[in-house]
Ligand binder design. Sequence first.
Ligand SMILES: Nc1ncnc2c1ncn2[C@@H]1O[C@H](COP(=O)(O)OP(=O)(O)O)[C@@H](O)[C@H]1O
Ligand SMILES: [Mg+2]
Length: 252
Amino acid sequence: MRQPTVRMTNVRVRYGRSEALKGISLDVHGHEILAIIGPAQSGKTTVLKTINRTIDDVRGAVVTGSVEVDGEDVRRVKDVFALRRKIGMVAPLPVGLPLSIFDNVAFAPRMAGLRKRAEVEERVERCLRQAALWDEVKDRLDSLGTRLSGGQQQRLTIARALSHDPEILCLDEFSIAVDPVTTMRIEDVLKELRHRMTIILVTNLVQQARRLADRTAFLLNGELVEVNTTAAIFSDAAADRRTCDYVNGIFG
Ligand SMILES: Nc1ncnc2c1ncn2[C@@H]1O[C@H](COP(=O)(O)OP(=O)(O)O)[C@@H](O)[C@H]1O
Ligand SMILES: [Mg+2]
């Protein structure tokens, strides 16, 4: 069997005294959509932060256990920027740079050394198309990204996350600030992207996991209660009572 794209083994994270992850072991396979569901504060965002090592930026955070990306322990990685280029990250609220639509998407590729105008243009167009935004913005690429609607800005954020050709795309509750129509459009985008990359979808919407994910992991209070095929998680056969209760909306 091929090695997993991400392998977390007994990962614990403490923020000062409180333990946010209590020994998580979880594999993410290549080209799957893995959903991570669970109530607020269960540790979902912390999982993503250990993968791209933005946890390093949190003062007082202590990580033990191991996180491997493509078989390499992320803590041994010397070039953390190279690691982060492998991993596209989409935050809950769109965080556009105060730049034009074009420059928002061109920023990372230029930083990585892409210089030829035609190549940059090609990259920008491809990423905007993949994020299902191209048709709406192609005639105003020079206007400010921050002028777009909330739903468009979230798609611009996705285009930016794609602009450095990531192998893994992580989305953290992307639909929190967008309307249902945009949410469905972005879900369609993810269905297309799954053929090209591995997707980790942290979501507060259990039905979104059900619609999109190949497998679903349920986190509760920093513990991984269960990970299984999405069909199993949403059937009466879920191994843990708490999983059934959560996906049926009994708590959380
Ligand atoms: N920077 C931080 N400093 C201290 N505690 C934090 C920090 N970030 C998260 N936590 C705590 O860690 C736990 C898990 O948080 P988080 O990973 O954000 O959960 P989720 O994304 O599921 O809501 C929570 O109890 C939260 O309060
Ligand atoms: Mg979170």
